[in-house]
Every structure is written in structure tokens, then in C-alpha cells.
Design a binder for this molecule. Structure first.
Ligand SMILES: [Zn+2]
Length: 288
């Protein structure tokens, strides 16, 4: 099984502020998650990336071996699932011990691709009678050079030809005005140049490592010091930076809201009082 996501349209049809799901089984019956029967005969599950419309619930029927893009990242991500309907996405034992990292999987070939959730993979499955290339979600042009080039990765995976190609195209045909990565960088650079105050607030999606690193570099360029005050947001970035092997060359601060200090490898700890006169950009998590 390749991905097993939440159907958000279906979720919104039945649930809202005052009506919450009761169990993972109910979500399956309501077709918000794949039906229980969909798992019959499944040997292994591979998840391409951690957006919920692909990841779905880790409370999986039966004992199917499941490969995640990154166990460590999911574990931190899942700390925000405790309240509200997302609690039904937690593994039934509440432990991640039985999950594996996708790169350990033997039955599929994988290649890293650029997307707004780190890490993201495209997968190739060679069955007896058919070979399938599944792209997962992807960005054609990456905002940061730390990421893999999606098209090169897909080319590598399809070298000996494939029979079936499954492509995700969430934004195809939408009436949106797209920004290329270089337009995005130029726009932000210009904003930072014209902004004359010492305090700036920034919100990025916590899983979007590529965009977060791009913004961090632009902030450093404009002599803003990036500050994180949300532990969960900082931990996610810390672990993703380690996983991708990025070297933080400039100041990156974590200002804990409580006196309980945690060490994060890529952050320096600062206390709120020390920040007062700094030219700083404070990262606040988006609600997504
Ligand atoms: Zn996605």
C-alpha cells in the first residue's frame, strides 16, 4: 500500500467544531480514512511524506509493517495530535517502535524529491507483471539547494522504463498566481530591505524545511536574528536540519517560554529578556 491519507473533503462533510469523531474505526466507516477492508492482504505500507492526506492514521488495522519517511520527524509531529480529532491518528500502542524508516524498505525503490514536507519520496514498485512509478506530491523547482531535484530523481527511478505512472498534481489547473522560487526570494528580500523595524514575525509550515531554510538565509542576509519560542516547532526544525546535514553557520535562537531549558543541537538558548534590543524575526507556527 502506497500512502493511506485522510480525505479532508469527507472529514469536513461530517465533522466540525461541535461534532468530533469517536474512533479511528468510525473515521474508516465514514470513508475519511481508507476502509478496514483495504488493508486485507497488504504486506507492507509505504508513506511518501508526512502531509496528513498521505500519512493518514498510524492506528493501522492488523500488524502490517509500515515504513515512514522519517520515524523521528513523525514522532515529534504527533505530539500535536493529542487534542481533537487527530488523536485517532496516533499508533494504537502510542509507540513508534514498530515503525521503520522508508529507506530501509526492500520491496520498493525510493528517491528523495522536493516538497513542502520534509522528507518526501517518490517510489518505484516492481511487481511480477507491472512496474509502477508513484511520484507522491512534489515541487518541480525547489526553493533551496538542500533538496533533491524532483525531475532528476524521477528520471533515475524510471531508468529501465515503467508501465504505470501515478502523478500527484494538487495544484494543476487551479486559478492561482504562482511564484517561482526566485520570485519568492526576491519578494521577501525586498520586503526585508524596506522594513525598518527591529521586530518581525514569520510563519512557515513546520514541515517545510526547504522554505524555512531559505527564509533563515534571507533573514541572516538582512541581519535579522531568527528566534523560535515554540519548543515543538524548534524541535522539528532541529531534527530536520540534522537529517538533511545542513550546517547552521549563523545565529539561530530558541527562547523557551518556561524556565525548563532543553538543548537543541542547532539552536542557542536565549532568554526573553536578552532579546529586547536585538533585530529579530520571531517564528510562530502556522495553524496547519
Ligand atoms: Zn503533500
Amino acid at each position: 500500500m502506497l500512502d493511506q491519507g485522510v480525505n479532508f473533503a469527507q472529514l469536513k462533510r461530517f465533522y466540525g467544531f461541535s461534532i468530533q469523531p469517536d474512533s479511528v474505526e468510525e473515521l474508516r466507516e465514514m470513508k475519511v480514512l481508507p476502509l478496514r477492508e483495504a488493508y486485507e492482504g497488504v504486506e507492507e505500507i509505504y508513506i511518501t511524506h508526512l502531509h496528513l492526506d498521505h500519512l493518514g492514521s498510524l492506528n493501522i488495522p492488523g500488524e502490517i509493517r509500515t515504513y515512514l519517511p522519517s520515524k523521528d520527524v513523525v514522532e515529534i509531529l504527533s505530539r500535536s495530535w493529542w487534542f481533537g480529532w487527530k488523536q485517532h491518528l496516533l499508533p494504537k500502542t502510542l509507540s513508534f517502535l514498530n515503525f521503520r524508516d522508508l529507506e530501509e524498505g526492500k520491496k520498493v525503490q525510493h528517491a528523495r524529491i522536493s516538497h513542502s514536507a520534509f522528507p518526501s519520496y517518490a517510489l518505484r514498485v516492481d511487481a511480477d507483471d507491472v512496474s509502477i512509478l508513484y511520484t507522491g506530491d512534489l515541487r518541480l523547482s525547489a526553493p533551496h539547494n538542500i533538496s533533491s531535484n524532483s525531475l532528476e530523481s524521477l528520471e533515475k527511478l524510471s531508468e529501465d522504463g515503467v508501465d504505470v505512472l501515478i502523478v500527484e498534481g494538487t495544484n494543476f489547473g487551479r486559478r492561482m498566481n504562482y511564484l517561482t522560487p526566485s520570485q519568492f526570494k526576491e519578494l521577501l528580500r525586498e520586503l526585508l530591505e524596506r522594513y525598518k523595524r527591529k521586530l518581525l514575525f514569520i510563519s512557515t509550515h513546520p514541515l517545510d524545511l526547504e522554505v524555512t531554510l531559505t527564509i533563515l538565509e534571507l533573514l541572516w542576509e538582512s541581519e535579522y536574528i531568527p528566534v523560535f519560542e515554540n519548543l515543538y516547532y524548534a524541535q522539528l526544525l532541529d531534527i530536520m536540519i540534522n537529517k538533511v546535514g545542513y550546517v547552521v553557520g549563523e545565529e539561530l535562537l530558541f527562547a523557551p517560554r518556561t524556565s525548563k531549558v532543553r538543548t537543541l543541537e542547532n539552536f542557542e538558548i536565549a532568554f526573553l529578556g536578552e532579546l529586547k534590543n536585538l533585530k529579530k524575526a520571531v517564528f510562530v507556527p502556522s495553524c496547519g
